[in-house]
Design a protein. Structure first.
Length: 143
């Protein structure tokens, strides 16, 4: 009989510790990826809400007559829909100006600035719509 040898099969303590260390590293990586994924999902949700809000404002301008689309209309206070995912700090800006390249055309620019993280750098979504008069007078170009 040889002393110091055993015919028992199994894992040594070193092998168990190495396996547990690998498992711990893998779990930390999975948790970090899950956290990053949740943050990105939240950012995407807020960005989608900003796009929908800007599109809704342009859609309301599209429903109006051309003469009613003015700077006074643009200056009206607006809020996102109550069921929107936009944070309360989001800012809505609407501008109306004459489009230089085409007569009897107004350009409406909607900007939605929203925070993607605590503090200042805000992300901005900007949509632009061009609206032409539906009827033309003799002085104006054809719509």
């Amino acid at each position: 009989m040889i002393i110091g040898t055993s015919k028992k099969r199994g894992f040594t303590m070193l092998e168990l510790l190495a396996g547990l260390a690998l498992l711990a590293v893998a779990m930390v990586l999975v948790i970090q990826i899950a956290q990053w994924s949740m943050l990105e999902r939240g950012r995407a949700l807020v960005r989608q809400a900003a796009l929908e809000t800007a599109a809704n404002i342009l859609e309301s301008a599209r429903a109006m007559s051309w003469e009613d689309i003015t700077e006074e209309w643009a200056a009206q206070p607006r809020r996102a829909a109550p069921d929107s995912s936009l944070p309360p700090e989001a800012k809505l800006l609407v501008h109306v100006d004459a489009f230089k390249n085409a007569p009897a055309t107004k350009r409406v620019v909607v900007q939605v600035a929203f925070p993607t993280q605590p503090g200042p750098p805000y992300s901005v979504v900007e949509l632009t719509g061009l609206f032409s008069a539906r009827t033309a007078t003799a002085k104006e170009a054809t719509p």
